[in-house]
Design a protein around this ligand. Structure first.
Ligand code: URA
Length: 280
């Protein structure tokens, strides 16, 4: 599964299906295949420099005017020069500028696809994206089960993904669920106290909110951790069965109601900033 000698970039996954629960918190470095060789979007030189953290657009324009920037070995004076990041070599003095275009996608994951980057036989959430986005090597932040729907953040920002998944940041994930059986205040208390799963693991305190208690109950669940099949296993331990599960929010990000299952959109700048602020 993991070939350390062929690491393309760091991929963080706390919920790998193939891992034992004891290893969930290990950061896994795993190779991401080059799904399709597609050219990365071209970009203006000043934008590339600003997005690489060199400075504001104003500051980088000054640097360019001073002749401090070379592209493919030649000094460049035009801030608007179009750069192909996959071909062109941009330097400040002797230092190569390492540009990586960041992408942040909100997907309404449909049932029937798996939350991973590649799979020999199953369709993945990445397969639902266009080639120009796949070329940026995005990966899902955490996992939803194959039959779970709803909010999935997909990004190539490893640092943000790591922080969002780190248990110490306690990012709240909100789920809507339909449960076979009458959900009661006893269940609410059990969630609050922590539930011992079939393998002996006791879950962290979680909130269960009853929307409608009936033979098919409707609830919201708020979790700060993400163990494999966690909600299904929590209800199973209470003698009940989850028959529908959808994630509706993660931290400050709420699933856009306009997105039908399988649809996605890029996050707005405000959404990205509010997720970043959540974990810094
Ligand atoms: N809990 C589950 O059981 N499944 C999911 O997909 C997410 C949380």
């Amino acid at each position: 599964m993991i070939n350390i000698n062929n690491v393309l970039y760091t991929y963080i996954d706390y919920n790998d299906y193939n891992l034992d629960e004891r290893f969930y918190d290990i950061i896994v470095r795993c190779p991401i295949p080059n799904k399709e060789a597609v050219a990365v979007a071209k970009i203006r030189l000043d934008k590339l420099l600003a997005h690489s953290g060199i400075g504001t657009r104003k500051q980088v324009k000054k640097l360019i005017r001073k002749g401090a920037i070379t592209v493919n070995g030649r000094p460049v004076g035009d801030a608007g020069m179009i750069i192909d990041p996959s071909q062109d070599e941009v330097f400040i003095g002797n230092d190569r500028v390492n540009y990586k275009e960041m992408v942040y996608i909100m997907m309404n994951k449909p049932k029937g696809v798996i939350s991973s980057t590649h799979d020999p036989s199953e369709r993945t959430v990445i397969d639902l994206l266009p080639p120009e986005l796949i070329a940026l090597k995005p990966f899902p932040v955490g996992r939803l089960d194959k039959d779970t729907e709803g909010l999935l953040l997909i990004t190539n920002d490893g640092e943000l993904a790591h922080k969002l998944l780190s248990p110490k940041n306690e990012v709240v994930k909100k789920y809507y669920a339909q449960i076979e059986g009458l959900v009661s205040e006893d269940d609410v208390r059990a969630f609050q106290e922590g539930i011992t799963l079939e393998n002996g693991y006791k879950t962290l305190p979680a909130r269960l909110e009853i929307i409608r208690a009936s033979d098919i109950s409707e609830v919201y669940i708020y979790l700060t951790e993400g163990k494999y099949h966690q909600i299904k296993r929590m209800f199973k331990a209470l003698g009940k069965r989850v028959i529908y599960l959808k994630r509706v929010a993660m931290g400050s990000l709420t699933l856009d109601n306009n997105l039908k299952p399988g649809e996605w959109r890029e996050l707005s700048e405000d959404e990205v900033i509010s997720m970043q602020q959540l974990v810094t």
